[in-house]
Write a protein that binds this ligand. Structure first.
Ligand SMILES: C[S@@+](CC[C@H](N)C(=O)[O-])C[C@H]1O[C@@H](n2cnc3c(N)ncnc32)[C@H](O)[C@@H]1O
Length: 286
């Protein structure tokens, strides 16, 4: 597997796509905590623990400025995002100095009995995660291929938990690789909650992504799409999408409301849309 040398998440940390993904991730983690029994979280493309929003890379892209900083400014009081703002330590009237990546958010959600594994291909990012993460529960970071980890570590002994698959989409085959890895993981662990991220670039590409997931014929799939630019804007990323498999109770309504708030704060002059719906039913017909 070639190492993804070009992708560096520091340029994108705290952008609208990170916000959308992390709001959904935290909702799933909170839902897992409704039961006392232990859970396991596997983050296959973990990145680092925290991203310095004052770093030159973040300033150069301006993505956090148009994303999380604007969201805090406009929507800090909104009840739908209260849990998210608390998890990222946002304060009214204050700019955020560092943005937590998914490992920090997962680690911050663990209880003593819970466990998480973060897998990251880039050694520098993985080592940063090892240094930065603190948690009540047990956490481990591995340097390696996240797809291989899905094979190696599922199903977990806990039999409850979630998997986040959040690749950088540098390769044209990434969606295919992710679909295969997910289908294989699901066969071995059909009761886990899976969250899979994909970019939204055009209406055609979005329909294709949905169709490829639907073709797996796996029940209880929800999609949550948030676009903040028109499809034809010519920007790299018009929007951010998530497939959630085995979503926790209430996820549909929660994501619709939360994404509307995010859209209202960060979309370019009202461009784009929010769409949260079921891709597959509760039971698949034979
Ligand atoms: C979108 S970023 C992850 C962001 C992180 N999940 C978050 O939400 O904060 C994708 C990460 O995957 C890493 N990566 C790329 N290919 C990988 C692979 N095959 N296995 C594990 N990590 C990989 C990249 O180095 C990058 O840090």
């Amino acid at each position: 597997m070639p190492i993804a040398m070009n992708y560096r998440h520091i340029y994108h940390a705290g952008n609208f796509a990170d916000i959308a993904k992390h709001v959904a991730l935290l909702y799933c983690l909170e839902a897992l905590k409704r039961k006392e029994s232990a859970f396991f979280a596997l983050d296959s493309h973990a990145g680092r623990g925290f991203y310095d929003l004052q770093a030159a890379e973040a300033a150069k892209s301006g993505e956090a400025e148009r994303g999380i900083q604007r969201l805090i400014e406009k929507s800090i009081g909104d009840a739908a995002l209260a849990g998210y703002f608390s998890a990222i330590r946002a304060r009214r009237g204050k700019r955020l100095a560092r943005y937590p990546g998914s490992p920090a958010l997962i680690a911050g959600s663990l209880r003593l009995q819970d466990r998480a594994l973060f897998v990251e291909l880039m050694p520098a990012e993985a080592r940063a995660s090892m240094r930065e993460i603190e948690s009540l529960g047990r956490v481990r970071t591995e340097i390696g291929d996240g797809y291989a980890a899905l094979k190696a570590f599922l199903p977990p002994d806990e039999r409850r938990g979630l998997v986040l698959i959040d690749p950088p989409y540098e390769s044209l085959d990434e969606l295919k690789t992710m679909l295969q890895a997910f289908a294989d993981a699901y066969r071995r662990w059909p009761s886990g909650t899976y969250l899979m991220w994909y970019p939204l670039r055009s209406a055609t590409q979005r329909s294709l992504v949905h169709a490829r997931f639907e073709a797996l014929r796996i029940p209880k799939m929800l999609y949550a799409d948030l676009a903040v630019h028109p499809d034809d804007a010519g920007v790299g990323l018009a929007g951010s999408g998530l497939i959630m498999v085995n979503p926790p109770y209430g996820a549909d309504d929660f994501l619709q409301r939360a994404y509307e708030v995010i859209h209202g704060a960060v979309a370019a002059a009202g461009a784009g849309y929010v769409e949260v719906a079921r891709l597959t039913p509760e039971l698949m017909a034979k």
